[in-house]
Design a binder for this molecule. Structure first.
Ligand code: N01
Length: 557
């Protein structure tokens, strides 16, 4: 690290093990080597900070390393779902499809890691188990499951919002004699379901992407659906040479737009209310966007996520589409989402999802009407019937946004754990820092747009903000930065106020923590919009990190 960086760290102590030089002190430890961790490492190294990345996986890629289920691909257009920090990287990388597959995204991230020589500072197959703040030294002690114990002035959580996979605690769960899989921990060698009877539990994005493909392999597929979900067609296709060229020429303009629009995505946003146009006009607009494919349906009108009556018009439209695609009216009826407004759970983007229920080898099981009672040695038993299967796929989601953070024993001031601090729901300032946890940063943490945005855009914004912050501390010879309780309280109140002005709280979604029994019901992301949020973060920094306490001594007040 740069010597002039006063208070940033002492000279790291070094030792040599097995011919490899090791050190036990860094300016920053970064946890996770996905989109966020890779870019954070690149930025910090560029500024002369020493950094070590710990990654639980045997390879880099984060969510794209783990989620290898059939059909896994991005639901943000690949050109937009990529880093913007390097013009050269952007010019040399060629996406092949409108929505990139998981293998292609993983290849991209490997290319980034190679191109920027990131691997020497990444330790794979190492799970961070604990991070403890040392108040006397203003630094973090980080421990791993491989026995590492290192200190770092800054600890950056790049652990992802959807990385703590969740399998429901069914009675008899371990008694099943066949194979079980979770979409978020898919075997790297792949799974061939040919000739098998398969159960898929869950119809969120992962289920909706994998079901059409598993259906083409399985002798019979049983889809266990608790909540019918809204899905729109991807209309995926190879990227045309024209689209690629347009992006190469205009990417700077597009990137800048993405940083300012509400969701960080470039789909067209209408300026009209759904209620101010005629039913015909509304229908035409929804139809146009359905044909375009992807989440652009959400931009049809301004009020879809704030006005139930407006939202109902989009719901009706999708219902009519489902009825048009699914031939059996009874099955179509079961697939109609009615319990939540459209978009208040993540809008899914699919290829042939609803049409899959026209196949003879696919059965939809409504487990809201007939819940799963137990997993048996041969399959599943609902209150209505017994299903014999060879494999069970859990597409049952994640302990989102807080799970990966709280799974690590993170202790801030006075030994208080993050889990204790967040017992009633996550509390952060700007979604980046937490009062009582100095020098700990949470990339796309709860209270930031994160999962409601193009993650690539939000990750870059957080990483850049953190990098500037560390530079500022170095320049001003400050040792610690910590969110004040007042600023945190005001931010949490703001996040809640903005969230409560929308329809999101009406859904039992993972955004609300509703998918985890006992988790507090709090709307966790910030729905104020990517552009607005960025401006707020920039203002805070421009005002000398307003709402944060900076200290050059051991203890921040
Ligand atoms: O998980 P989910 P996911 N009994 O939580 C059901 C991102 N992602 O992995 O709705 C029966 O959405 C549950 O039912 P219910 C994206 O942000 C992106 O699919 O709780 N069913 C639901 O149907 C996404 O939102 C991409 O009633 C149970 C399903 O399991 C997020 O990851 C691709 C159950 C879980 O759906 C998570 O998606 C994939 C139980 N006990 C994921 N417990 C793309 O980029 C849960 N369920 C395209």
């Amino acid at each position: 690290m740069a010597k002039e960086a006063a208070n940033v760290s002492d000279t790291p102590s070094r030792s040599v093990t097995g011919g490899r030089e090791t050190t036990n002190s860094f300016d920053a430890v970064i946890i996770g080597a996905g989109f966020a961790g890779l870019y954070m490492l690149h930025r910090l190294r560029g500024l002369g900070f020493s950094a070590r990345v710990y990654e639980a996986g045997a390879g880099i890629g984060g969510t794209w390393y783990w989620n290898r289920y059939p059909g896994a691909r991005c639901d943000v257009e690949s050109l937009e779902y990529s880093y913007s920090f390097s013009k050269e990287l952007e010019q040399e990388w060629q996406w092949t499809e409108r929505y990139a597959t998981q293998p292609e995204i993983l290849r991209y991230l490997s290319h980034v890691a190679e191109r920027f020589d990131l691997k020497p500072d990444i330790q794979l197959q190492t799970r961070v188990t604990a991070a403890t703040f040392d108040e006397a030294a203003d630094c973090w002690t980080i421990q791993t499951d491989r026995g590492d114990r290192v200190s770092a002035q800054f600890c950056v959580m790049a652990t992802g919002c959807l990385s703590a996979a969740k399998i429901p605690d069914y009675k008899g769960r371990d008694s099943f004699h066949g194979e079980t899989y979770h979409t978020g921990h898919w075997p790297h060698e792949g799974v061939d379901f040919t000739g098998q009877k398969v159960a898929v539990i869950g119809t969120g994005s992962s289920g909706i992407q994998s079901i059409p493909i598993i259906a083409t392999q399985a002798s019979h597929l049983f889809v266990f659906q608790r909540t019918p979900n809204f899905s729109v067609p991807a209309n995926n296709a190879p990227l045309s040479p024209g689209a690629k060229q347009d992006w190469q020429v205009n990417s700077a303009v597009y990137r800048q737009q993405a940083r300012t629009v509400p969701f960080g995505m470039l789909f067209e946003q209408s300026e009209k209310s759904a209620l101010e146009v005629t039913p015909d006009e509304r229908q035409r607009e929804y139809e146009r966007r359905w044909q375009l494919g992807g989440v652009c349906l959400l931009g049809s009108f301004t009020d879809l996520i704030v006005n139930k009556e407006a939202n109902d018009t989009a719901t009706e439209f999708v219902h009519s589409k489902i009825r048009g695609i699914v031939r059996d009216p009874a099955v179509a009826e079961k697939l109609l989402p009615r319990s939540h407004p459209i978009a208040t759970k993540r809008l899914c983007v699919d290829t042939d999802y609803y049409a899959t229920f026209n196949r003879d080898n696919v059965t939809l099981v409504d487990v809201l009407a007939t819940p799963i009672e137990e997993i048996t040695p041969t399959g599943l038993r609902t209150t209505d019937a017994e299903y014999t299967v060879d494999s069970i796929v859990f597409a049952t989601g994640f302990d989102a946004m807080t799970g990966a953070l709280c799974n690590i024993d993170i202790r801030g001031r006075d030994g208080v754990t993050l889990k204790q601090k967040w017992a009633e729901g996550p509390r952060t300032y700007l979604g980046i820092m937490v009062a009582g946890f100095p020098n700990l940063f949470t990339i796309t943490g709860p209270g930031s747009p994160s999962v409601l945005s193009n993650m690539a855009v939000s990750i870059e914004q957080h990483v850049d903000w953190i990098a500037h912050c560390l530079e500022y501390l170095r320049q001003h010879q400050e040792a610690a930065i910590e969110a004040t309780v007042d600023a945190e309280n005001a931010w949490v109140e703001h996040v809640n106020e903005v969230g409560n002005a929308t329809l999101f709280p009406l859904a039992n979604s993972w955004y609300m923590g509703a998918n985890i029994p006992g988790k507090p019901r709090v709307f966790m992301p910030y729905i104020g919009g990517v552009g607005v949020y960025r401006q707020k973060c920039e203002e805070v920094a421009a005002k000398g990190y307003q709402g944060f306490a900076l200290s050059s001594s051991a203890v921040a007040s």
